[in-house]
Design a protein around this ligand. Sequence first.
Ligand code: ATP
Ligand code: MG
Length: 479
Amino acid sequence: MLIESMRDIGYSLETALADIIDNSITAKARCIRLLADTTSPDPSLAILDDGEGMTEDKLLAAMRPGSRNPLETREQDDLGRFGLGLKTASFSQCRMLTVASRRDGITCCARWNLDEVARTNQWLVEFLDDFTQIPWIDELGSSGTLVIWEALDRLVEGDGSDARSAFVSRIDDAAEHLELVFHRYLAGERGISKVALFLNGRQLEPFDPFHSSHPATQAGPVEKIKSGGQEVEIQTFTLPHHKKDPVEWERYAGKAGYLKNQGFYVYRGKRLIIHGTWFGLARQKELTKLARVRIDMPNGMDADWKIDVKKASAQPPYHVRERLRRIIETIGATSRRVYTARGRRLASDSRLPVWQRMQSGNEISYCLNPEHPVFADFAGRLPDDLKTDFMRVLEMAATSIPIDALFADISANPEQVSGSEMADDTLVHIVATTFAALRASGIDPEDAMQMMRATEPFRENWSVVSDELNRLLERCSDE
Ligand SMILES: Nc1ncnc2c1ncn2[C@@H]1O[C@H](COP(=O)(O)OP(=O)(O)OP(=O)(O)O)[C@@H](O)[C@H]1O
Ligand SMILES: [Mg+2]
């Protein structure tokens, strides 16, 4: 009964695999291979490493649920805590767990078969002498460990081809997640040894959620919070605006998208535990969606941070929460600036705004600027009775901007939202009218050109606009 309940403590395939990979990293493996047999009648999945391996005594201890005391202090680079992971992670996915290990040239192999445990009602782990039937056993190197999951009742549901392809895609999804969880090990950095991770021969690539190599990513300073002789390190990142990174924008959004992936990324021993949450200290808002904060904690603070058996959740201790709250406020401001800086330019930077942004009290509204030379010129050529009508037309257009739809589109797919293209003859007309109006107000031609260069829609269409302006300038000098 206990073992059946243990199967349901909430692992997913990726958290289960990550728990097994933790063990390999702790055993100083440099190369870890996920081996999946998705085609045979009895599909199986294995994790093979080239780490230190285990002696028979150690393997026996390792197979025991609760093999070590969670209160014990562990080596700094030990990713384990509870003495449970190997068993709980495996049983969450399979009914038969076989572990073969080689150390000092000696190979040993042990197996938990849940059907046997249920049948005999005894906690009997089996030690095998004949290794010939063990899949992938020939792949073990001079030292290392091979963890094999068979009887995958949770992973392969049914015999049909649909069940098989679902199995394959679950493994692929899990692999993608592992590229995030272990990205620092896959990329290598100071203080840890680089690890290569393969899925059936395909090498997995690190996925750095902070996009820290991009020049437009804004990284804050590293902050340290000390408590009880231990140190937590925090660094904030604001990812590039999509205009600065159109090529990779989608990739860095992650599956859940920027909005859901904003927040803290907590690493324990440089391995990601939890991400995309503000721990209830702030809401995940559109304006802070580019903010991601890296928190590095050592394994000695597991109890303070309430690390769970699956290594998939954590809660910051009380004394850290206040500091985190203040960090959210500052990073919120940076992330917001990436967006509002663009908004502001449209509204006020230009000296010839088509649109005006009006703020009164808490209300912000946008209206068309009747003094824009193109509007003013047109209104000036209308008889008085039509002037009022024209102003009403402008007002109607401005007050019916589909704000909600725009906001929804921009938040979902900002890169797909753009202004409509302007026809060349319209542009030429606007250039001529604006230029004439500026000249009429006493601005000399060169200055008028510079003003227009800084203003939309001229800036965006500058090659057409500058040709037209040069023609107009020539005409000025002829006169
Ligand atoms: N790939 C491996 N190579 C060498 N030793 C291993 C390997 N996997 C497991 N072990 C040994 O088995 C023990 C039990 O592993 P298990 O994952 O169950 O617990 P843990 O890693 O100590 O703690 P946690 O429950 O937090 O993962 C480990 O402490 C380690 O000594
Ligand atoms: Mg472990």
